[in-house]
Design a protein around this ligand. Sequence first.
Ligand code: AMP
Ligand code: GLY
Length: 432
Amino acid sequence: MMVKPKKVMVVGSGGREHALALALLRSESVGEVLVNPGNAGIRSPADAAKKLRPVSGDALAVAKSERVDLVVVGPEVALCNGLVDELAGAGILAFGPTRRAARLEASKAFMKEFAARHGIPTGRFEVVRDAGDAERAIKTFESPPVVKADGLCAGKGVVVSASHEEAVLVARRMLSGEPFGDAGRTVVIEERLVGSEASVHGICDGERFFLLPTAQDHKRIGDGDSGPNTGGMGTYAPAPLITPSLAARIEREIFERALLGMASEDSPFRGVLFAGIMVTPEGEPNLLEFNVRFGDPETQVITLVVEGDFAETLASAARGELDPTAMHVSMDHAVCVVLAAHGYPASPRVGDAISGLTEAEAVDGATVFHAGTAEKSGRIVTAGGRVLGVAARGASLAEAHERAYRAADCIQFDGKQLRRDIAARALGSIRP
Ligand code: AMP
Ligand code: GLY
């Protein structure tokens, strides 16, 4: 039996990392969680004997000097740049995929070709590298296709075009290198799928996996899915869209095939695999994307409805010997409402003073996750686009929803933006 982790470092600074840190602190063996670089909310909870503290500096150097037992890497950029390989090379246990395995997110062309090689259901696609091929490929799709830059573009590299002509223009621009540099010099032209989306996360050890509760995100800034795309304005878990029989198909057709496929291609996948899935009106699950990291703000709700030893689950996965019984999924529900800054997503304003955090935390079942916050002259101020994730757990989705909005309404800052319809569709489906 390996020794369970006592000191853990989370790499990242968002709401996802705050949620991961709090979930890790709940593990019995864990005495301290460092978050590198963290944010203004990363501080020890008032009533906890355990420590939560921000640290800064090169992740490998800090992991060594602080002698941490486990590193959990949040953002995709660090994973795709090979941070886990670096840490593992120095003998430090790290949860996350190697650079080679992270290609599932780093390259959309790799991901689509991988899915095709291993029979994972996904929309028809073509990979193109010049404008002529793009135009020819686009014409072969009956409906205007989706145009995707191959590489990482901080969520801005996907365009669902309204016409074939627009798709051609978008592909030409991406291929020119102007908007995304090399990340756009290869483009995936993909069949547009219709239906409802869900986020399914599995903790993987290279062979085995443990499916976390399913979640649904709300990507547009405005109510009723209006306005521009964002990193995600709110989530709820579990997602009733993913019925038990659909979950079983997703396990078999997506997760099992992905893990077998990656192992057979010399890049066993260890870490969290996050499948973005479109469920068509016929009830068919289709893979839209793989992410090789936890979703944000999916993590804020997922970690509220899992119980058990989170730290040991991640550590055992990182060692390649996942203990799927260390954790279980509760029967509860969770809702997270994102509070975004004035001007988000185009140009978020920073420096607005935030009030009401203590009142929000006092709401039954509520947790306030910090993302774009900073401390300035003793006050917490806005410091990024998505400022806070106000989440709550409840015995029913309706209870979690009521608590999350009650807490979100306690918090004020100038220009605060939030959606009023997080989980509304799911609530409608369970209310007559
Ligand atoms: P991705 O980063 O590939 O998940 O794309 C971001 C968003 O674009 C997804 O969450 C979907 O809302 C949308 N999208 C991506 N691919 C497709 C597709 N093939 N059909 C329809 N919508 C898509
Ligand atoms: N919320 C979507 C993502 O993390 O990619």
